[in-house]
Design a protein around this ligand. Structure first.
Ligand SMILES: [Cu+2]
Length: 301
């Protein structure tokens, strides 16, 4: 093949594949997205995030509110009952053993409870529990999927190492947005993962790059992408939560920090297999989308 023909073949493959990867799941309910005036978390759709949400909503938030109100009430009582007018002759009391024991022991117990639950959660996020199927009552469908995300200034590269598939995922600029596509969250190539399957997520950054962080709030995943290190997490999107989820780079990484969003499409096992087949065929062993070199030599910095 002549050089020109080769370039033409590569270009058409890239165009085709970009279309295949970018538009495969155009119609899809958006579940993981911030809403105007939202309070609290985005919908929790993984084992990890449901535990995080419980910890925050059922324990930490009520506890903080109770402590704040309790301290406020004590202060108001002191202001009224013991001001100079209401209580002209102050008491000379300096010690009260009972009260000193209480205000030492009660906070210690509270901190211990928070600490134990926090540490358990940290370990739970680290690796999928062996008894996941038994403990959740749901048998995971299919094998685990390994997904590797690499941070670059300013876009993400994805790799499905077991499938020998890789592609870059670049933000769609405002001028190119189609109706309904959110600003600063839409990318050309979406990550696609199957529902009810353990995803082993590996996150790193290009060795010549800076620290980024891969985040999807609804998944309870926020992992630093550190050059030269491979950080791992796991998550499983629970059945019934198929849809589109948005996230953003969450480590201040430079001038285009806001321009490297993450879009994940969660689909059924069959749809995932079909997507894999078409995308692999389109990529034909070459990475999809714009290449690292093309972007890094740009004037973006
Ligand atoms: Cu970044």
């Amino acid at each position: 093949m002549s050089k020109a023909k080769k370039i033409a073949a590569v270009m058409s493959t890239l165009l085709l594949s970009a279309a295949a990867a970018g538009t495969a799941f155009a119609e899809m309910p958006v579940r993981g997205e911030a809403k105007p005036w939202q309070l609290g978390f985005q919908v929790a759709v993984t084992d990890v995030m449901q535990k995080n949400a419980w910890f925050h909503d059922k324990l930490l938030l009520p506890l903080s509110i109770f402590i704040a109100l309790f301290v406020l009430a004590l202060m108001i009582y002191v202001f009224i009952r013991f001001n100079a007018k209401a209580n002209p002759v102050p008491s000379k009391t300096t010690h009260n053993t009972m009260i000193e024991v209480v205000w030492t022991v009660v906070p210690t117990i509270i901190v211990a409870i928070i600490g134990i639950i926090s540490v358990r959660l940290v370990y739970f996020q680290d690796a999928p529990p062996a008894d996941l199927a038994a403990s959740s009552g749901i048998s995971p469908v299919g094998e685990e999927v390994v997904l590797k995300a690499t941070g670059n200034r300013w876009y993400w590269e994805y790799e499905y190492p077991e499938e020998e598939l890789s592609f870059s995922s670049i933000m769609v600029e405002d001028a190119d947005l189609k109706p309904g596509q959110p600003r600063l969250l839409t990318v050309d190539n979406h990550v696609v993962i199957p529902v009810n399957t353990v995803i082993r997520l590996q996150v790193t950054a290009n060795p010549q790059d800076v620290i980024h962080a891969w985040t999807i709030p609804s998944f309870g995943v926020k992992v630093d992408a550190v050059p030269g290190r491979l950080n791992e997490r796991w998550f499983r999107v629970l059945p019934g939560f198929e849809g589109r989820y948005y996230g953003q780079c969450s480590e201040l990484c430079g001038s285009r920090h806001s321009a490297m969003p993450i879009t994940v499409d969660v689909v059924s096992s069959e749809e995932y297999q079909a997507w894999l087949a078409t995308t692999k065929e389109a990529s034909n062993g070459t990475p999809l989308g714009q290449t690292t070199i093309a972007l890094n030599t740009g004037a973006a910095e």
